[in-house]
Design a protein around this ligand. Structure first.
Ligand SMILES: *Cc1c(COP(=O)(O)O)cnc(C)c1O
Length: 408
């Protein structure tokens, strides 16, 4: 029963090894720790078909490739296998056999965003380690996911949000049982408060990449894609990149699957999508740099990707480079236009961050960075319903004669 294939943790920059069965934050070098598995042993004991035939729903079906050894600590709020939706109206070549554009709709997960994957895993490990207080800085979705899983597990949670975080997110977090604070700053300012409180309050810091397990949760996006596509990965993945956990996690998943021999052929090209008003990774990638300095005066309506500085910057850039992908930024104006268009034309409700991947795809197509023969995945990372939407202006006066011709 109590079984995990985790062999150890490893510093992502120095390669130094750390013991698996201990609580860890960042490495001594101040960089993310990556979870390593005994893949040779796993390969002998578990097959791809065992996964495909699993009766377990949602992300826990991949438990051999996940860290939580004791099933009693695997918290669940009913994570869905998120669907792939073909954009067959907004993209005009989608009737071809090979080339197509599919949206992976992560808005179906608990708390309406893919942050559920990472926090499901991090909070499950917190439960495994018997941690009793978790804290997190958030632009909204991570805080809601942490609050939900921590509360479900009976663990206390404290959340810090920039004071311009959309009201709906802040209220959601508080409603889900977290002690919730608005901070007059950006997410990195909130992160500083969490970091400084570690010794003073004794809470555990669950910030993006500052503990090892959120990546493992986000990795399930890659595992799920592989299984959904019959273990043949797509050609290109467009990912709205903030802290980059998802992009790093998926790339890690693909390398592990490749080592297991569960997938064949080329790995997908990974595309980091950011907003023009906050594009540190795009800038560093274009300049051929490995690290991305803090982006001053970060602004975008796509709050999930308003991350001015990322501890895992070099891991994002490395995955983009190793996969022969690229980094690209898009304007807020285009993002909102794409969101409204895809909803109205294809019936698929993207959040602004998801819409950013649509615009990035269209731009990339026009620059010949992708072609109509490519199978492309766009990540819609949250439900479109949490964001302000265009107003309805049509009205009917029930006391007047209705001219039904206008509905024709
Ligand atoms: C967190 C978030 C992102 C960015 O994801 P990372 O994996 O942290 O880069 C994008 N969109 C939404 C809606 C988010 O909540």
């Amino acid at each position: 029963m109590d079984k995990s294939y985790v062999s150890h943790l490893e510093c992502s920059i120095s390669g130094k090894q750390y013991e698996a069965n201990k609580v860890h934050g960042l490495s001594e070098a101040g960089r993310p720790l990556l979870v390593k598995y005994d893949l040779q042993k796993l390969k002998k004991e578990v097959s791809r078909d065992d996964i495909s035939n699993s009766k377990v729903d949602g992300l826990w079906r991949y438990f051999p490739l996940l860290p939580v050894p004791d099933p009693r600590n695997r918290i669940t709020l009913g994570e869905a296998i998120t669907p792939l939706i073909k954009l067959h109206r907004s993209v005009n070549y989608n009737n071809k056999d090979k080339g197509c554009v599919l949206v992976k709709d992560e808005g179906r997960l608990p708390t309406g965003s893919f942050k559920a994957r990472g926090l499901c895993m991090a909070v499950s490990m917190a439960k495994q380690f018997k941690l009793d207080h978790l804290a997190i800085p958030t632009n909204g979705n991570a805080g809601a996911a942490m609050a939900a899983y921590a509360t479900h597990a009976g663990i206390k949670s404290t959340v810090f949000c920039p004071d311009d975080t959309p009201d709906i997110n802040v209220r959601e977090i508080q409603s889900l049982g977290a002690e919730t604070y608005l901070v007059n700053g950006l997410i990195n300012d909130c992160g500083k408060i969490v970091g400084e409180g570690k010794d003073k309050v004794g809470w555990f810091d669950v910030s993006t990449l500052k503990e090892p397990y959120r990546i493992e949760g986000k990795k399930t996006m890659g595992l799920e894609l592989a299984e959904q596509l019959n273990w043949e990965l797509p050609d290109v993945i467009f990912y709205p990149t903030g802290g980059g956990t998802g992009l790093i996690g998926m790339w890690k998943a693909f390398l592990e699957l490749k080592e297991l021999g569960w997938i064949k052929g080329k790995l997908p090209r990974m595309v980091a999508v950011q907003a023009d008003g906050c594009a540190p990774i795009v800038k560093a990638w274009k300049n051929g740099e490995e690290h991305a300095p803090l982006w001053e005066n970060a602004y975008t309506k796509a709050a999930g990707i308003r991350v001015p500085v990322a501890v895992g910057d070099f891991l994002i850039i490395r995955a983009v480079r190793e996969s022969n992908g690229f980094a690209i930024s898009v304007s807020d104006e285009d993002i909102m236009e794409a969101r409204d268009r895809v909803a109205a034309v294809d019936g698929c409700f993207l959040c602004p961050e998801g819409a950013a991947t649509m615009i990035a795809f269209e731009k990339a197509l026009s620059f010949n960075l992708v072609t109509s023969d490519d199978k492309v995945i766009l990540f819609n990372c949250a439900t479109g319903l949490k964001y302000p939407l265009p107003e309805v202006i049509n009205t009917i006066d029930k006391n007047k004669t209705i001219n039904y011709d206008m509905f024709l």
